[in-house]
Design a protein around this ligand. Structure first.
Ligand code: KIV
Length: 288
């Protein structure tokens, strides 16, 4: 039997995402595994294999220790699980901020070894030149401005950006430079509504907001946040499910059933086949 997921589906591409500027809002979520990617795929335009996996899936306190090899494994899984959404993979800290040639080699590894359609870099003064270098060599790049989680050690924490006029100007100039360098989309994280709207008006690439108001061209959230996997979520997250509580409840119920020998029951048990009934003979059965 075929389902609608068996039909030939064309993946969205960087130009498809770029053309959505100012039209229908773009929908993006993070994904790190094949089964979750499969569940999110139909609802999204873009799946980001975020280096937030370091904190979400690996229990790290920041994204800084995440490696290229980790991103490749998660990227491969998300590509296997999805068919329609554009898949973009984060370049992890230390894989792109040095020489442009090194950034190119890292991006090529991510794209060759996963099949993803693009990569994302967090911006900063040196990064627009790197974006231009990568785009000129056939690599679709998504930028990331405002709060940049990989800058946690410079910033002294995860702090919203653009609170002073000088900082507003810096973030706006950064977004302009990223867009002018050829980024096909820009994540805008942790900025107030006015700045998000100014950025969105100023750049030709569509903006994806996270903690950046409805003033962006689309939205992105960390999937585990919006599914309620953690006790605490930031103010900008809306919880669409309470999976953390549901998993805790299910684990407790399973534990209780095992301890009281209510699991497994007959419905979950394999039994030996019943012995075959003896064959009837003509003399016993009467006539043929
Ligand atoms: O790594 C990530 O999940 C991200 C999102 C916060 C956009 O960069």
């Amino acid at each position: 039997m075929s389902t609608h997921r068996d039909a030939v589906v064309r993946r969205l591409t960087a130009p498809d995402i770029f053309r959505r500027k100012g039209t229908e809002p773009l929908v993006a979520l993070t994904a790190y595994t094949a089964p979750i990617a499969a569940l999110l795929d139909d609802a999204c335009d873009l799946l980001l294999v975020g280096d937030s996996t370091g904190m979400v899936a690996h229990g790290l306190t920041s994204t800084v220790p995440v490696t290229l090899d980790m991103m490749i494994l998660h990227g491969q899984a998300v590509m296997r699980g999805s068919r329609r959404s554009m898949v973009v993979i984060d370049m992890p800290f230390g894989s792109y901020e040095g020489a442009v040639e090194e950034a190119y080699r890292s991006a090529v590894r991510l794209m060759k070894e996963t099949g993803a359609q693009g990569i994302k870099v967090e911006s900063g003064p040196a990064i627009p030149a790197t974006i231009r270098y990568l785009v000129d060599r056939g690599i679709p790049v998504m930028g990331h401005v405002g709060l940049r989680p990989q800058a946690v050690n410079i910033d002294g924490g995860f702090k919203a950006k653009g609170r002073t006029e000088a900082e507003r100007e810096l973030v706006l100039a950064d977004a302009r430079a990223v867009s002018d360098a050829g980024a096909f989309a820009i994540v805008v994280e942790g900025v107030a509504e006015g700045l998000a709207r100014d950025i969105t008006r100023a750049v030709s690439a569509p903006t994806l907001g996270i903690g950046a108001s409805a003033g962006c061209d689309g939205q992105i959230l960390v999937t585990d946040d919006m599914l309620g996997m953690f006790k605490w979520t930031p103010k900008f997250v809306r919880r669409y499910a309470d999976l953390g509580a549901e998993i805790t409840r299910a684990a407790a119920a399973y534990s209780e059933d095992v301890r009281t020998r209510r699991f497994p029951g007959p419905a979950e048990t394999y039994f030996n086949p019943k012995p075959a009934a003896p064959a009837e003979t003509a003399s016993e059965g009467g006539s043929l």
